[in-house]
Design a protein around this ligand. Structure first.
Ligand code: NI
Length: 138
């Protein structure tokens, strides 16, 4: 771990009380730990606002594999985005339903493009994107 630096923070009583409640509900050991996590989350979020940035993440889709042409469609989409797809995992949830986790690494604009195409494919019931980071500046 990098060397820790201390700094003072001025904060309204009411806000601090809410922050302490939040810390307790999330099982943080102390304010510093919670604050570090919040800062990292904000930095990752702001990274995701810049479409030229390189990021990592995962797209999860749930779909009915009996839907006509959906399997072909999903495979074609993923081949179109092979440059940013690192790996994918397919899980059979029940007789009809599949879940796929697609791990991505690349430019944000590309990741959003892939997510958008998967989301609108007919037969996809749900798509969600977990935004993460390459971790270089964390
Ligand atoms: Ni399946």
């Amino acid at each position: 771990m990098d060397e820790l630096k201390r700094f003072g923070v001025s904060i309204e009583k009411k806000l601090l009380r809410k922050f302490d409640d939040y810390i307790k509900s999330k099982d943080y050991q102390n304010r510093s730990e919670a604050l570090r996590d919040l800062i990292r989350k904000e930095l990752v979020d702001s990274q995701w606002a810049e479409s030229e940035e390189e990021v990592a993440g995962a797209i999860i889709i749930v779909y009915n594999h009996h839907q006509k042409e959906l399997m072909d469609n999903l495979i074609n989409i993923q081949h179109d985005y092979q440059d940013i797809i690192i790996s994918s995992q397919h899980v059979h949830l029940d007789h009809n339903t599949c879940l796929e986790i697609i791990v991505v690494k690349g430019k944000i604009a590309e990741v959003f493009g892939l997510e958008a195409k998967l989301k609108v494919a007919k037969g996809v019931k749900h798509a969600s994107l977990a935004k993460s980071t390459l971790g270089k500046e964390m």
